[in-house]
Design a protein around this ligand. Structure first.
Ligand code: ADP
Ligand code: MG
Length: 247
């Protein structure tokens, strides 16, 4: 079998006496959407933070395309192809959509550019940003200050930021939060086409979206994975229905 795009093994994180993630193992394989579901406070965002690199795990490993990245910082992981969007927006509101995506694309190359290359480099960044904006359906919106975009458009800009890195794997933490039916539908369509380019670990509350989009689902409750498998199996699992769907 080929190396998964992303693999986590035994991730654990305690905040004081509270164990937010407890020995979590899962992987993300080429071409799939792997949904991570669970009640509020289950540890989903903590897990995403540990994978992305801004939360240091107490134990466990993270591997990206077979490479152990556990000791690396956020920027290095991004450079290696780990794209992500956050539960809370990370866009710079006064800047244009294009400039936000350019800033993300810049992370890909690090800081080792030379001054004399700057013009060429800026052109390349603009082109990368425009391509990513077009990919999420925002061609022609690049000049608009982020603050003037709709909530749904801002979420799409965040996805464009992740895409600008040329990701090998995408981490999306509740990308549909606060979107209406139309916005969620458009984003779901987009994710469905994106997963072939980069598999997606998707934290999502909207069960309709999860059951429609996901290839596999893992269920996190109180920091532990209580079930993981193909979407149809998880949907029918009595423990999942009891613990999570409130039945
Ligand atoms: P989810 O995303 O599934 O709603 P979180 O990962 O945000 O859950 O939170 C898991 C648990 O860890 C919660 O009880 C939350 O209050 C706690 N927690 C998260 N981040 C911190 C932090 N920085 N300091 C202390 N407790 C935290
Ligand atoms: Mg969360």
């Amino acid at each position: 079998m080929t190396e998964p795009a992303l693999a986590v093994e035994g991730l654990r994180k305690a905040f004081g006496g509270l164990t937010a993630t407890d020995d979590v193992s899962l992987d993300l394989r080429a071409g799939e959407i792997h949904a991570l579901i669970g009640p509020n406070g289950a540890g989903k965002s903590t897990l995403i933070g540990q994978i992305a690199g801004w939360i240091a795990p107490d134990a466990g490993r993270v591997r990206l395309a077979g490479r152990d990245v556990t000791g690396l910082g956020v920027a290095e992981r991004a450079r290696l192809g780990l794209g992500r969007s956050f539960q809370v927006s990370s866009l710079a509101a006064p800047l244009s959509a294009r400039r936000n995506v350019m800033l993300a694309a810049q992370a890909r190359e690090g800081s080792s550019f030379r001054f004399w290359r700057q013009v060429r480099r800026d052109r390349a960044l603009v082109a990368a940003a425009e391509a990513a904006l077009a990919r999420v359906g925002l061609a022609g919106r690049g000049n608009v200050p982020t603050a003037e975009l709709s909530h749904g458009e801002r979420r799409l800009v965040e996805v464009a930021c992740a895409l600008a890195l040329g990701p090998k794997a995408l981490l999306l933490d509740e990308p549909m939060a606060g979107l209406g039916a139309e916005g969620s539908g458009a984003l779901a369509d987009l994710l469905e086409t994106l997963k072939a380019e980069a598999p997606i670990l998707l934290v999502e509350h909207d069960m309709d979206a999860v059951f429609r989009l996901a290839d596999r689902v893992s269920v996190l409750v109180a920091g532990r994975v209580i079930a993981s498998g193909p979407v149809a199996e998880i949907r029918a699992d009595p423990e999942v229905r009891r613990a999570y769907l409130g039945e």
